[in-house]
Design a protein around this ligand. Sequence first.
Ligand code: XMP
Length: 515
Amino acid sequence: MKRELVVVIDFGGQYNQLVARRVRECNVYCEIYSYKTNLEKIRAMNPKGIILTGGPNSCYKEDSPTCSKELFELGIPVLGLCYGAQLMQHVLGGKVARADVREYGKTEVLIDKPSSKLFDGVSERTVCWMSHFDTIFEVAEGFEITAHTTDCPVAAAENVEAGLYGIQYHPEVLHTAEGTKMISNFVLDVCECVGDWRMDSFVEESIKQIREKVGDGKVLCALSGGVDSSVAAVLLSKAIGNQLTCVFVDHGLLRKNEGDEVEEIFGINGQYDLNFIRVNAQQRFYDKLAGVSEPEQKRKIIGEEFIRVFEEEAKKIGTVDFLVQGTIYPDVVESGLGGESVVIKSHHNVGGLPDYVDFKEIIEPLRDLFKDEVRQAGLELDIPEYLVFRQPFPGPGLGVRIIGEVTVDKVRIVQEADAIFREEIASAGLDRSIGQYFAGLTNMQSVGVMGDERTYDYAVALRAVNTIDFMTAEAVEVPYEVLNKVMSRIINEVKGVNRIFYDLTSKPPGTIEFE
Ligand code: XMP
C-alpha cells in the first residue's frame, strides 16, 4: 500500500519529535530527516509536504544549518516553523536579524489574513508559544504577511502560489492553543493529504509484511514484559504463530509478581500462539551482583549476564533466521539515524544485541512508531490494557532502584513497597496521569520505634515524576493523603522499613531512576 508521507526536516530544535507526532495525529505518516539529507533523496520520497523545524542557531550565520533554494522549488508545499520560517525567508531573499526584544513564552498573535488556509478555523487573536532571539524583518518577494505580534511584524507569512508558509512560533507545543489546528490545516488542506494512516492498517500491513519477509523461517524474540517487546511479540505471533520463540529472562529484579504475570499472558496457558521460554535466572544475577555497589558496574553486570543467559537459551534453539528488536521511532531519531537532534541514548536496554546468537537478520516491527502509537497498536492487537499502559520500567529493573549492594532481602523490600505505592496511586485514580512512579530503596538504615521495640531499618524513597521526553522531569505533587496512606501501609506491611521519604528532585539535577 502506498502511504502518504510528510517529511519533517530537522534543524536541531527540541520539539522536533513533537512536530512529527502532531502530523501523525492527523492520520498522516511522517518521518524526520536531518537538514543534511540530500535533496534528491527527499524528492524521491515524493512527500506530500515538507515541514522545517525550529533550531537553536541564527540562520544568517555562515556555519548554521541551512537548506538549498531548490527545496522551495520542488512544487511540494513547505511549512517553516520558527528557525524554519526564518531560514525560508533568509534563503529566498527576506531579512532576518537579531530582534531588540527576545520573544519567549505565551504570546498573543494577531492574524492579519484570516482567509489563509493555514488559519482556517483559527481565532483572529490566538495564543502561541514563542522562543526566538532573531526575527523576520522583511519577507521575500512573493510573500505576504499573514500574522504579527506586538513585538514582531512578521509572526507568519505565506506565498500561496509557491505553496510556502512560515510561522515564527511553535504550533507543535500544547501552549500554542490552536497549534494542532494549524498543523492539520497545513497537512490536510494545503498539502491535500487524505489522512488514512491508522493503527488498524498499520497492524494489518505489518502482519502481511512480516509473513512475506519471514516465510517459513524461525524468529527469536527477547521478551521483557514491557510494552514494546510485548507488542512486537504479539504482532509476530499473529503473523507467524509458533515460528516465533520468545525468551523471557527473569533476572530477579522485576517488580512484584511480574515474572508470573508475563508467563500468564505469554506462556502455555496464555492466549497467543508462540513458543514461550521462561528462564529463572534470579540466583545467577544475585550471585554476580553480590558485594557490588557502584551503579555503573551493577548495570554492566546485569546487562552482560542478561546477554549470557539469552545466548545460552538461543544456542539450545539453534540457528534462527531472524532476531526481533523492539526499536521504536524515537530510538531511531535519537541514535542520529533519522533527524538532527542527536542525543545518543544513554541507556541501552538490557540485552542490547547479543553478539553470539546465530541469526541472519534483524526484524524491527515497531521501528516507525512513537510510544503512544505502539500503545495504540497494542490495543488494536487486543493486548490487555494494564500491559499496554504499563509505565516504563528500565531494563536493569530494580537493580537501578536499590542504592548500594543488591541483596535478596533488599529486592523483597523494594518490590513490596513499590507494589503498595502503585496500588495506592491506582486507587487514587492517578495511574494514567503520572509519567513514572515507583519506590526505591535508600541505603540508609536509621533508628526507629515500633511497638515497644527499637528498630534499625531501611528508608524507602517514593518517586513520581512527569516528563515529556525523559531528558528532563519534574516531581509530581502527589496528594498528601495518598503519600500518607502509602507511608503507613509500607511501614506496617513491609518488614525491614521504618522510614519513608518522598523524592522531590527534578531532572536535572537528579535522574528519574534511583541508583
Ligand atoms: P534516568 O534515570 O536516566 O531515566 O533519568 C530516564 C528514563 O530511562 C529509563 N531507564 C532505562 N530504560 N534501560 C531502559 O530500558 C535502562 O537501562 C534504563 N535506565 C533508565 C528510566 O526508567 C526513565 O524512564
